[in-house]
Design a protein around this ligand. Structure first.
Ligand SMILES: Nc1ncnc2c1ncn2[C@@H]1O[C@H](COP(=O)(O)OP(=O)(O)OP(=O)(O)O)[C@@H](O)[C@H]1O
Ligand SMILES: [Mg+2]
Length: 367
């Protein structure tokens, strides 16, 4: 068998470069690096280093040299929104999810080692979970940790009713992402990746899924793709396989709620007593992290606005104005709990805080 020499890949590498085909550039550069390993380890290392730093290099020029976001050819609307990485605190998520996210970050910082060991680095994550569990926030945090900007697909501007145009838009966006070294965030990916057996005769949508599958396959490892969905069950099975990691984000556990409330209330936490804090933690079961953060922000504003009330009462009012209790038993338990920790509180006051009619509160407390 004739042995292929490293230099024989040079024409292919050049062709790929001039065609802006980043995936092939990476593949041929990788082959050249590997071929040269024995003959010339120094040059081989240099090639592999250039490959792994291809990402980092773009960061330096990014702020002055980022290309304009592609637009829809007819409407001229942008197909995506770009956000520069900004500092943000770690998302509050369970240990197993955090360890998966941290592993992904570690892997992305080990591109060089992976390439030398002939291992393809991971470049995609599919996040699923109910509204407000932190999917978008997690992407922002990853963007900060990796120091890569995020471009988020704008569904309204990209999906067109005209045949073939949506696919074209998705292609242009992927092309852009490949050239710019950004995190491509496909939020609500279910809108473009619905199960192909579940669409009746909607040929256009089926074609769109095929376009997406092909683009995901062709994506070079320097570009990171993150998908997010609230409806994982709607996704085409083939889409699932394209992502290196599928991570489900859950509603916060009690321990996570403690961290979320502490962190969001900040130093205001010192102005409420432990019992009230426990009420907030216990009564936010099945409440999303987003609503919990909103509740804490609301409480902080109330504490500043309504100085006539004690901070405890403001905290409870803030809770009731953001988290809605629908279940009657929960309402009864809440009123009893309140009376228990504040024996002097009047029925009138409980009614005022909870917005439950006075007569109902009286009945709940008697029962
Ligand atoms: N796990 C979390 N840790 C810390 N903050 C969180 C978390 N989840 C949500 N938040 C807060 O709530 C806000 C809204 O959450 P986010 O937009 O990430 O939810 P989402 O899962 O993307 O929801 P949707 O499905 O509606 O898009 C975030 O900006 C952040 O302030
Ligand atoms: Mg979101």
């Amino acid at each position: 068998m004739v042995k292929v020499q490293a230099y024989e890949y040079i024409p292919k590498l050049l062709r790929a470069m001039f065609n802006n085909d980043r995936k092939s550039v990476e593949a041929f550069a990788l082959l050249i690096g590997k071929k040269l390993k024995k003959e010339d380890p120094t040059v081989a290392d240099e090639v592999l280093n250039i490959l792994s730093y291809a990402n980092a290099g773009s960061e330096v020029t990014r702020s002055i040299n980022i290309s304009p976001i592609p637009v829809d050819k007819e409407t001229r609307y942008q197909l995506a929104n770009l956000e520069e990485p900004i500092k943000c605190a770690e998302p509050v998520l369970c240990e197993s999810v955090m360890s998966q996210l941290n592993d992904f970050l570690k892997e992305r910082n080990m591109l060089e080692i992976f390439l030398k060991e002939d291992i393809i680095p991971p470049n995609s994550i599919l996040l699923s979970g109910q509204p407000g569990v932190g999917k978008t926030y997690t992407v922002k945090w990853l963007s900060y940790k990796l120091n890569m900007p995020v471009i988020t697909l704008d569904l309204a501007n990209s999906i067109s009713s005209y045949l073939g145009k949506s696919g074209q838009n998705i292609k242009s966006l992927f092309q852009y992402a490949k050239e710019q070294n950004v995190i491509l965030f496909l939020d609500e990916i279910d809108a473009i990746a619905k199960r192909r057996d579940d669409m009746g005769d909607l040929g256009e949508l089926k074609r769109l899924v095929n376009v997406l599958l092909k683009e995901l396959d062709d994506c070079p490892f320097t570009c990171i793709i993150i998908g997010a969905t609230n409806y994982p069950e709607l996704l085409d099975k083939a889409i699932w396989r394209r992502f290196d990691r599928n991570i489900e984000l859950l509603m916060p556990s009690e321990a996570e709620r403690v961290v979320l409330i502490r962190r969001t209330l900040g130093n205001r936490i010192e102005s409420i007593n432990k019992e009230i804090f426990n009420i907030l933690v216990k009564n936010t079961k099945n409440v999303s992290a987003a609503v919990i953060c909103k509740m804490c922000e609301h409480i902080k504003r109330k504490m500043i606005l309504d100085t006539k009330e004690s901070n405890e009462i403001n905290a409870l009012k803030g809770y009731f104005e953001t988290v809605f209790i629908c279940n009657k038993n929960d309402k009864i338990n809440f009123c009893k709990e309140l009376k228990n920790i504040m024996p002097k509180i009047s029925t009138q006051k409980i009614s005022l805080i909870t917005k439950i009619p006075y007569t109902s509160v009286r009945r709940y407390l008697k029962g």
